[in-house]
Design a protein around this ligand. Structure first.
Ligand code: NAP
Length: 347
């Protein structure tokens, strides 16, 4: 198969760099265009940012020139890691000009005709793109970085027992704030109990993701979520402590069974073989030990026990820039290709 040319919007940022890392040697996609803000435009990539990934940057990308965020004929898909202050309009312009935009930003997530997708959870919601106003282009979004792990843990419970209420406390890594993000003076020896706009996203996005596609709309799942979001001194990997009230009675065996038997390998280049793992060891999961499982695409759950307020509680972990951002976006693009949506757009 000839590789599909792709662009990375916001290529210099935390998510943009992760896109560049994950797209290197991708079997279906090839980076042909990179964009960022005015301050980076016209520079070689290597001179416009400090590479913060663990793997070496290829010579080819290092020497690519950063372009303005304007659509061109040099690519079909645009992966967006743009700052949300500018993402909304730029992504719309790209979709209008016939590009397939896969976004990490909050701007279009809750638009009625925009799918908010975690491929293993609600890949069927991609149907919504057929209702979009763009002639050949489209916008597909992936959820907030804390929501992705949460929704993946909840989906099996929703399907098997039904979920009524959730109380969730997140402990979010500093890379979630981009680069340079929170200053080291503020975060070391500290926990910051506020992340702007985050609790609203955690309380609303899962309702859309877990909702049902009905003709051309998503009927949101009915449940109540209360979220506390905290920034902690971890580099990568968002943790969450979750309490759930279920609609049906369940025992711990049934819950673990539901979570671990629900997901199958989607058999896409970026899909994990085991998307969700349950740990019996009560000290697990931990960011330092488990965030990179399945190349950062696995969600880890542990410490399932009775909750005296709701029914059950557990801990969960997911890698925020991989499963929670660039990795999920890449998987969305792969699923679009597999389902034939991108071929359609290429016609
Ligand atoms: P970041 O490190 O601050 O990167 C922002 C990117 O946007 C940079 O490439 C920056 O380019 C570019 N940019 C800023 N202003 C621009 C403008 N006026 N025109 C064009 N490009 C502009 O942020 P991030 O953490 O990567 O997050 C990117 C997006 O993903 C955000 O919407 C964020 O909410 C979302 N997200 C982040 C995570 C995470 O874990 N970090 C997870 C999920 C979703 P310059 O370098 O040239 O300024």
């Amino acid at each position: 198969m000839k590789k599909i040319p792709v662009c990375v919007l916001g290529a210099t940022g935390m998510v943009g760099q992760k896109f560049i890392e994950l797209l290197s040697n991708h079997p279906w996609f090839e980076i042909t265009f990179i964009c960022a803000s005015e301050k980076s435009q016209g520079k070689k990539y290597k001179d416009a940012m400090i590479w913060r990934m663990d793997t070496p940057l290829s010579e080819k990308i290092a020497n690519m020139i950063i372009e303005p965020c304007v659509p061109s004929n040099l690519f079909r898909i645009a992966f967006s890691g743009l700052d949300s202050n500018v993402a909304g309009q730029i992504e719309e312009d790209f979709a209008k000009s016939g590009k397939v935009v896969i976004s990490n930003s909050k701007n279009h997530r809750m638009d009625q005709d925009v799918p908010l997708v975690i491929p293993e959870v609600n890949g069927d919601h991609l149907e919504l793109v057929k209702t979009q106003k763009y002639k050949n282009g489209m916008i597909v979004t992936n959820p907030n970085c804390s929501v992705i792990g949460l929704a993946m843990a909840l989906k099996p419970l929703v399907d098997v027992f039904g979920v009524e209420k959730i109380h969730v406390v997140t402990m979010q890594a500093v890379s979630g704030a981009g680069y340079p993000g929170v200053s080291s003076f503020d975060i070391l020896d500290n926990v910051i109990p506020f992340i702007s706009g985050e609790e609203e996203k955690v309380e609303t996005e899962p309702l859309k993701i877990l909702g049902t596609l009905c003709n051309t709309t998503i009927l949101p799942y009915k449940m109540t979520i209360s979220a506390h979001c905290n920034r902690v001194a971890v580099v990568n990997g968002h943790m969450a402590c979750v309490s759930v009230k279920l609609k049906k009675n369940a025992n711990s065996f049934d819950i673990v069974q539901a979570m671990t038997s629900h997901y199958k390998d989607l058999e896409l280049p970026s899909s994990p073989k085991v998307p969700l793992q349950y740990f019996e060891d009560e000290r697990h999961p931990q960011p330092k030990l488990h965030r990179n499982l399945e190349k950062g695409m696995q969600v880890s759950v542990g410490r399932l026990r009775k909750c005296p307020l709701l029914d059950w509680k557990f801990a969960l972990l997911s890698h925020n820039t991989v499963r929670g951002a660039a990795g999920c976006a890449l998987l969305n693009a792969e699923l679009l290709v597999k389902k034939g949506y991108i071929k359609e757009v290429l016609k």
